[in-house]
Design a protein around this ligand. Structure first.
Ligand code: PLP
Length: 395
C-alpha cells in the first residue's frame, strides 16, 4: 500500500509512539507530578512577551491581505532585512536580505538545503550522536547519511575519524551546535580544524562540499559560552536557524537559512533554495510569524531558566555518582548508562517513574538523553527517584 521508503519510517514511528503512550499512561496512573518526564525537547519556558505584543499589534494595525497573503517564496524582504541586520550586529557578518530565506523551522530549512544540493547517491556526513531525523531528511533526496563515530571523551566532533569518512561522493556535512543530545558547543578551534579538512577534500574532489550548520539552539548557551558563527570559518557554509527553541515557538514553524555570498555559485544556490521552498510544498514560511520575527528579531526566551535547570540536574546527578557531560548549551543532559545496554537502564528508570531517551536513538548506544526543558520542581522532585536508581547500580 505505502511506498518502500515509508515502510521503515512507519515501523520506527510505532516505537516512538509506544514510548510516548507509555509516558502518558504512567501519568494517568501515578499523576503527572509523580512522573519525571525528561523525554521530549518541547520548550516549557513561555515565548517572550514581545511575541504576544507583536501578534496583537500586527493583527490590529496591518492590512489583513498583507498579513495573511502570499509573498516571495523566500519570505518578506523586510523580515529578511531585519534578520540580516541583526546577524551583522551580533556576529560581525555582512549579510543582506538576499542571503536569508525564511523556512518552516529548522526541519524544513534542512530539507530545503538538501533538496537544493543533493543528487541521488551523494553522501552527507554527520557526527554521532546526532538528531535522528537527519537520516530521513537525507533519504528524502536519495542521499546517503555517513556517520562519524563519537569521541566519547569530549563529544566534540571526532575529526580523525571524520577525515576517513570523506570521499569523492561527499556533498555535504551536517553539524549541530549547541548540540542535541550532548549539550556541547563546538569550539572555534574545532571549527577551524574541520574547515581545513573540508578545504583539502574539496580540492581533492574538485567540487564543493557544503557545511550545513543546524543551529536551533544557538541562543541557549550558558556560563557566557560563545557559539562561533560558522560562516566565518568556511565559505561553503549554509546556516539553518529556527525560533522553535530560542523564542519557544516550535509549533509555529518558523526559521531561516543563511546562504552567504561567499558560498560557491551563491546566486544560483539562493534561487534554487527559493524554488525548493516552493516545490517542497511549504511554498513560504508562515506569514504572520515572519512579521512577528521582524518585530522580535533580538528578543529571547528566559535562558536563565534553563541554566538553573541544567545546574540542578547536572550537579544532582553528579553527586549521585552518574557520569555526565556538562552541557554548555541547548537543554539536554547526556548521561553515561551505568550498564552497557542503555535500554535496560531506561527500562529500570521507568520503574522509578523516570523517562529518558536511549542513546541508540541518536546512533550512540551506552548513553541516555535527559531533556531538562521541564519545570524546576520536576528536577528537584525527581532527585529521590534518581537516588534510588543510583543505588540499584551501586554508584
Ligand atoms: N535540529 C535539531 C538538532 C533539533 O533538535 C530539532 C528539534 O528538536 C530540529 C533540528 C528541528 O527543529 P524545528 O522545530 O525548528 O524544525
Amino acid at each position: 500500500m505505502i511506498s518502500e521508503k515509508m515502510k521503515p519510517l512507519v515501523n520506527n514511528n510505532s516505537a516512538i509512539r509506544a514510548m510516548f503512550e507509555e509516558g502518558a499512561q504512567m501519568k494517568a496512573v501515578y499523576g503527572a507530578d509523580q512522573v519525571y518526564d525528561f523525554s521530549l525537547g518541547n520548550p516549557n519556558v513561555p515565548a517572550p512577551k514581545e511575541v504576544k505584543e507583536a501578534i496583537y499589534d500586527i493583527l490590529e494595525n496591518e492590512e489583513s491581505t498583507y498579513v495573511h497573503g502570499y509573498m516571495s517564496n523566500a519570505g518578506f524582504p523586510s523580515t529578511r532585512k531585519a534578520i540580516a541586520e541583526s546577524l551583522n550586529r551580533r556576529f560581525g557578518t555582512s549579510f543582506g536580505p538576499d542571503n536569508i530565506i525564511m523556512t518552516v523551522g529548522a526541519a524544513s530549512g534542512l530539507n530545503v538545503a538538501l533538496k537544493t544540493l543533493l543528487n541521488p547517491g551523494d553522501e552527507v556526513v554527520t557526527f554521532a550522536p546526532y538528531f535522528v531525523e537527519y537520516g530521513s531528511y537525507v533519504g528524502n533526496y536519495d542521499g546517503k547519511l555517513v556517520v562519524v563515530p563519537a569521541d566519547t571523551k569530549t563529544f566534540q566532533p571526532n575529526l580523525e575519524a571524520f577525515s576517513e569518512k570523506l570521499s569523492e561522493k561527499t556533498r555535504a556535512v551536517i553539524i549541530n551546535t549547541p548540540h542535541n543530545p550532548t549539550g556541547v558547543i563546538y569550539s572555534e578551534e574545532t571549527l577551524k580544524k574541520l574547515a581545513a579538512i573540508l578545504e583539502e577534500q574539496q580540492k581533492k574532489n574538485g567540487s564543493p562540499i557544503f557545511l550545513l550548520s543546524d543551529e536551533p539552539y544557538r541562543e541557549l548557551a550558558y556560563d557566557g559560552a560563545v557559539v562561533p558563527y560558522v560562516t566565518k570559518y568556511y565559505n561553503n557554509t549554509i546556516v539553518g536557524y529556527s525560533y522553535s527553541k530560542s523564542l519557544s515557538l516550535p509549533g509555529e514553524r518558523i526559521g531561516y537559512l543563511v546562504i552567504p555570498d561567499e558560498l560557491e555559485d551563491s546566486e544560483t544556490v539562493i534561487t534554487a533554495a527559493t524554488i525548493a521552498t516552493r516545490v517542497s510544498g511549504a511554498v513560504n514560511a508562515p506569514s504572520l510569524m515572519q512579521l512577528v520575527i521582524e518585530r522580535c528579531v533580538d528578543a529571547q526566551c528566559d535562558v536563565g531558566y534553563y541554566e538553573r535547570n541544567r545546574n540542578a540536574l547536572y550537579n544532582g546527578l553528579k553527586e549521585l555518582g552518574f557520569e555526565c557531560i556538562k552541557p554548555q548549551g541547548a537543554f539536554y543532559l547526556w548521561v553515561k548508562s551505568p550498564v552497557e545496554d542503555e535500554k535496560a537502564f531506561v527500562a529500570k528508570g521507568k520503574e522509578y517513574h523516570i523517562l529518558m531517551v536511549p542513546g541508540s536513538s541518536f546512533a550512540c548506544p551506552g548513553y541516555v538523553r535527559l531533556a531538562y526543558c521541564v519545570s524546576y520542581e520536576t528536577i528537584l522532585n525527581s532527585m529521590p527517584a534518581f537516588k534510588a536508581l543510583a543505588e540499584e547500580y551501586k554508584l
